[in-house]
Design a protein around this ligand. Sequence first.
Ligand code: AMP
Ligand code: GLY
Length: 421
Amino acid sequence: MKIMVIGGGGREHAIIKKLKENKEIEKIYALPGNGGIAQDAECVAVGATDIKGAVDFAKSNNIDFCVVTPDDPLVLGMADALREIGVPCFGPSKDAAIIEGSKVFSKNLMKKYGIPTAEYEVFSDMESALKYAQTCPIPTVIKADGLALGKGVIIAMTREEAVDAIHSMMEDKIFGESGSNVVIEEFLEGPEISVLSFTDGKTVVPMISSMDHKRALDNDMGLNTGGMGTVAPNPYYTPDVAKECMDKIFLPTINAMNAEGRSFKGCLYFGLMLTKNGPKVIEYNCRFGDPETQVVLPLLESDLFTIMKAVENGELTEDLVKFSSKHACCVVMASEGYPTKYDKGFEITVDDGVDACIYVAGAALKDGKVVTSGGRVLGVTATADSLEEAIAKSYKAVEGVHFDNAFYRKDIGQRALKATN
Ligand code: AMP
Ligand code: GLY
């Protein structure tokens, strides 16, 4: 079996490492991969959104299966293009990926099918949006309709901030055409829970829950980032909450997508907020989360490739997906200054005996050395019998990973730990 994985972040590294456990797989190509992934797969210089490049590569290398990981190629239809040439894929069709690709679509879907989410209005002209912002409850949340590298959400704590956000999205186009339409929604409060799920469009099997840490600095201060660390499971996701989510959110979403003729096959990510009125959907993603994957897959005891094939073949069953009862913690090591300005090109070294898994996100190979090449450089994941031990173990491992200008949060998992105790 020859497999190709599209993408080049820490999440893709975690997927590749997990796939390698399957002995049926002889070869894994990463398009484009990165300098760290290069230790586990053959990296190919084809960009993650280059559909023609991926199709040509699959044809000329007799690829048997493809995992399309990031949101943008999925929303652009890469899985469809590969299936058209007979390459089975893990990843939704373009028609289904719209659940992440358009917030207007996903909000309207939830409203139509009674799936709990924040109240909202959609605007396609700035004047109406500005008028609404004069009277809507504050704080309020303004979201660009389309993909915006995970940055298209502005939480306005004052009316002035709301007005500024509308101007910057709809007039200054800070998120490009993604901001042509905006959703303005109710500000919700409560702990956030990430639940990734496998679904073949009929059966939905949630993976172990997790908690992301989106802000750059300790105590959830600083700018929003792509994620500075994660823990799994999420203590707020109790069996009662899980049941409520299954009945009111997960199954209704799968059914709604089928009813719309947009059957979803792949990993459907539910970004949830546990409000005092129960769990509500903050966002859907049409893919594995990053860095959630870096704590979820290390706890997966089943074979990932078997599950992925079952999803593609419409044969997913619950017994294919088993998680361990352990805990995982992933600390992201970033470049100082991320998410705004940072230097790169520093050599990354790892001490002997580091007892953790290192998932590389932003690194390149230069003169035979692995050097930093991005804001989020790598994630250090440890697993243990308790959350406390997993946190301690991953921070201990972090001390054995070195590069200049390294920066990381010191409090990953502390909120979860408090909730546990
Ligand atoms: P998103 O890109 O949709 O995940 O949003 C980024 C972050 O903004 C989320 O993880 C939440 O912390 C926050 N957020 C999004 N929507 C809301 C909302 N309606 N109320 C409060 N916070 C929100
Ligand atoms: N960690 C959030 C995301 O992957 O969108």
